[in-house]
Write a protein that binds this ligand. Sequence first.
Ligand code: AMP
Length: 299
Amino acid sequence: MSILVVGSIGLDNIKTPFGKVENILGGSAIHFSYSASFFSPVNVVGVIGEDFPDEHFNPLRERGVDLRGVETKKGKTFRWSGSYDYDLNQAHTLETQLNVLEEFNPNLLNEYEESKFVFLANIDPELQLEVLKQIKDPYIVVGDTMNFWIEHKKDALMKTLKNLDILLMNDSEARELCGTHSLLEAAQKILRLGPSTVIIKKGEHGALMFTDSTHFAAPAYPLEEINDPTGAGDSFAGGFLGHLAQTKDFSEATIRRAVVFGSVMASYNVEDFGPKKLQKLTTQEIEKRYKEFEAITRF
Ligand code: AMP
């Protein structure tokens, strides 16, 4: 089944201890779409400016991603510049230029209103809500956010949270949102804000899933080569929701497997800069790493 994603589409400048890239294709909707497209059809809702190089979309088109919901507006494309030190879990935002994202007023194609699997990727929570309002009867709504929106749009973010089934967040953002160091306490607080499941991503330390009644911990894949963690969270979301849309099953066992698929996709994403690794990934590689995850967690 198709997944509808709304999120940022942009041009990133990224510096890590292992290299530097400029004007690379980025944005939460982009990283998510590459990843999810290995599991399910993906429909993207987003906005670009007139300066966006159209050829950037070719690899996504080749993966069958539907970009009819991407509007081109007068003005400049969203841009993000970030850097990482040796602690790759912590992104340092150097500059965020919202540009056309600031005026974006999403208006869904009629057929998208019937979407059943929805991912509200990291973007202004007001836009997340705007898109959600237009979807008639989704089976599952998953959302993501980041410190930028916790700090700039907390009230709108709280409204979005009320409407989510599953929230994905990284550990530092969960701590910031809930004002606590304890991830268990943060998860319990988040579960009272709306979502019935919360998944806290801990970068190279794996991911934790919490519901009212259960707790699951998946490790991260031990990688030899890491170059750029940008988009790891969105790639995780793509594998996670991709697996749910592919199986159309929301049992706890499937959700646990979805967490592992998310971890597989995030582990590939960080091997190269931006979405470069996922552009050339194969389903065989995904299956191979999933099996390795099974092997390293069996005892
Ligand atoms: P992740 O590393 O998965 O958290 O997401 C990385 C992507 O998020 C980058 O490609 C950025 O373009 C995008 N991004 C950074 N800041 C923002 C923001 N404030 N709103 C939406 N997207 C953002």
